[in-house]
Design a protein around this ligand. Structure first.
Ligand SMILES: Cc1cc2nc3c(=O)[nH]c(=O)nc-3n(C[C@H](O)[C@H](O)[C@H](O)COP(=O)(O)OP(=O)(O)OC[C@H]3O[C@@H](n4cnc5c(N)ncnc54)[C@H](O)[C@@H]3O)c2cc1C
Length: 444
């Protein structure tokens, strides 16, 4: 009887052979991981072009080592599946993105951020080892100690350097419930000062914030607890993000805490008429609510996007905390879209894919991820996506590549580290089986 690890090795060997065949065919490939993608759908999407390399069966947790508090899993494991499995051992990944369907491979190759990021950074920062199939069909194991450059550059490479096939990462002790405290402020400076203090002192396990409107600023603080006097449920009729403006404290199961924004896909449900009303949620909730459902529906209506002037703005921008005040002043007066999700994120070190020039403009290891979910973008002459991108660069920040991107090649490589990327490309994909990063996201 084959073990899960044996089955994994067989699957990886098959995928490697398939990639080798693509070199002979001279066919560029696209990594088809199955499930939903957390990329904002765009009309005429080019990001999924190329011969699909099917990796959809790579979705098993291979082992949880309770003693060393580590887990080894395949890239297609979703965070919801992972948390269920690790919680059975009283453990949790150190970074759990808030949507149930995000996969561990996607979080490393793309990006990730959540309320423990102020301590640990992104999920990739908690990883110890990757197994990767290179563009030459070779199987490589890399870590901070072995092939360190490849290990570092896989994060944020968005499937352009190789296929992640196995990941080993750290786990933390967890308790069954989370007690939430909501601290409310009516002005930005007080909100910012409190967030900075909580991040400096580190006295809560979880820290994030929601700016509901120009005068309602909420810091959401969470701690693990063994017992809860009551447990709230935001899976159907009640709306989590609204509760943060109404309540002083709350209790959730740890699983529900991790995925507290999932039911509304943060607040994308706000953009769907009536979906925040109880009668509509009662009747349709089971079919429409939940990030995976919402993303599937938005894919189904992709055709309609062609008739929209521009897609709504859905993107995360990481602003150095030192510039957060200037950024927010601009955001409030000119961008003016609420709620705004605000998550502190500490980069343990400057990531290898960030250029030296841009790194010198950042001037801070603590970033504030400002997550914009659903700003309408139909103004006749102003493209808010483009403006947000420009302003983020101006404030020394970094924008994720998950939606529309506007950079010229020159602008792009002033932010991203071309030399480091090319070095990794040469090592991992010298024949160009996977697309180039700039081409995948920006080529007109
Ligand atoms: C509406 C919305 C809400 C979001 N909310 C959050 C949030 O709350 N928290 C958070 O952390 N993030 C959030 N994100 C961002 C999300 O985590 C990232 O976009 C992440 O990269 C998505 O991973 P995925 O598993 O969906 O993979 P995909 O979206 O399918 O892929 C992401 C990238 O990774 C590459 N990739 C996937 N698997 C592999 C692999 N095995 N090997 C190599 N490359 C691979 C793909 O080619 C692609 O370029 C959100 C995004 C959206 C659109």
């Amino acid at each position: 009887m084959k073990t899960l690890q044996d089955q994994h090795n067989d699957t990886v060997a098959k995928i490697a052979t398939e990639i080798q065949a693509r070199i002979i065919d001279n066919q560029p490939v696209h990594i088809a991981k199955g499930g939903v993608s957390h990329f904002v759908p765009l009309p005429g999407d080019r990001r999924f072009k190329g011969m699909p390399i099917d990796i959809s069966t790579l979705k098993n947790v291979l082992r949880v080592d309770v003693k060393s508090r580590t887990c080894t899993a395949e890239p297609g494991v979703t965070f919801a599946e992972l948390v269920k499995i690790t919680m059975a051992h009283g453990l949790i990944p150190a970074v759990v993105p808030e949507l149930e369907g995000i996969t561990i491979g996607g979080a490393v190759a793309g990006c990730s951020v959540e309320s423990m990021s102020y301590k640990y950074g992104g999920f990739h920062d908690t990883c110890l080892e990757y197994e990767v199939i290179t563009g030459e069909g070779k199987i490589l194991r890399c870590s901070r100690e072995q092939d360190a450059h490849a290990f570092e550059m896989i994060h944020g490479s968005y499937g352009t350097l190789g296929v992640l096939t196995q990941l080993t990462f750290k786990l933390l002790p967890a308790k069954p419930f989370v007690k939430m405290e909501y601290r409310k402020f009516d002005n930005f400076e007080a909100f910012r000062a409190e967030m900075r203090e909580r991040c400096t002192i580190g006295d809560y396990e979880f820290v994030d914030g929601i700016i509901h409107d120009r005068s309602t600023f909420v810091i959401c603080l969470g701690r693990f607890v063994d017992h809860a006097p009551y447990i709230s449920n935001y899976r159907w009729l009640n709306i989590f993000y609204k509760s943060t403006a109404e309540l002083k404290e709350d209790y959730l199961t740890t699983f529900d805490y991790c995925f507290r924004y999932d039911t509304e896909c943060h607040w994308i449900t706000k953009t769907i008429p009536m979906l925040e009303t109880k009668p509509a949620r009662f009747a349709l909730g089971k079919f429409i609510l939940g990030s995976t459902n919402i993303i599937k529906w938005s894919k189904r209506i992709e055709q309609i996007l062609k008739f929209k002037k521009r897609p709504d703005v859905v993107v995360d921008v990481f602003i150095p905390e030192k510039r957060f005040g200037d950024f927010y002043n601009w955001y409030e007066s000119e961008f003016d879209f609420f709620p705004l999700w605000v998550i502190p994120y500490r980069m343990p070190k400057i990531y290898g894919w960030i250029s030296d020039e841009h790194a010198s403009n950042m001037g801070d290891a603590l970033f504030i991820d400002c997550a914009v979910y659903g700003k309408p973008n139909a103004h006749p002459t102003i493209d808010y996506s483009e403006i947000l991108e420009r302003k983020t660069t101006e404030f020394g920040g970094i924008k994720t590549l998950i939606s529309r991107n506007h950079y010229t090649k020159d602008e792009f490589w002033k932010i991203y580290h071309q030399k480091n990327y090319n070095k990794a490309k040469l090592q991992l994909d010298p024949k160009g089986v996977f697309p180039q990063l700039y081409d995948k996201f920006l080529r007109p």
